[in-house]
Ligand binder design. Sequence first.
Ligand code: HEM
Length: 212
Amino acid sequence: MQLIQSVARVAAFLGLARRQFEPDSSPYEDPETGLTFASYTSDRGITFRVAIPDPVPEDKVFDTLLQIVAPKELGWVGWAWGGSMTYNPLTVVWADGDNVVLSSRIAYGYFSPPENPDAQYTVLETGTHVNETHFQVTAKCTGCSRWGDEDTGYTELDPAYQTTFAFAYSETPVETPSDPASNFGIHDSLGHPIYDLATAQNANFDEVVGAL
Ligand code: HEM
């Protein structure tokens, strides 16, 4: 019995629990893309939204959509698809004047994460803009639903389970804002929100995203 409880606790910690706890995300109907996202806003006023297809394929290889809305004075905002800093696709975004820059990274330790060729993004013009106070980016990722290798093992997103993502941000600008490969310094703060990805599913996902 004790063992079962321990296993349940570890599973819950890893975000593998079947919708057992209240998620931090709530459903959001995006008027710009026409898609439904699971959305969470941090105490720094940064919103992170995820949309995925419905159904997801058996092999869990599918495109995902990430939408981030953030105060534009922030230096950079990062999103971790696996809920931790290391060995999972990281999406790092920042404003460069009227443009939004997106960089695909992966961390192999608690130091500056290099670029990640295994996660490829298409920034969608619809849903990507900068105004007086905020920047917003909407991007499709190919390679953010399943990742890993023989050594580290594979991890995949599954809307049947609650999913723990992570975010981080810094108030300090990146070194070269126009360059997606720019160096940047450590975060000032981070979080581990729990998402209910069942509320992020869209039956017409590929069709809608393809037309954006
Ligand atoms: C120059 C860049 C970076 C440096 C030097 C750095 C360094 C570190 C260090 C030293 C820790 C462990 C100590 C602590 O808890 O504060 C940490 C934790 C963490 N970092 Fe970073 N980091 C960087 C970029 C990023 C980025 C881009 C993300 C993307 C979301 C990220 C996400 C996290 C998360 C979620 C944790 C909590 C521990 C974990 O879940 O692994 N970091 N980072």
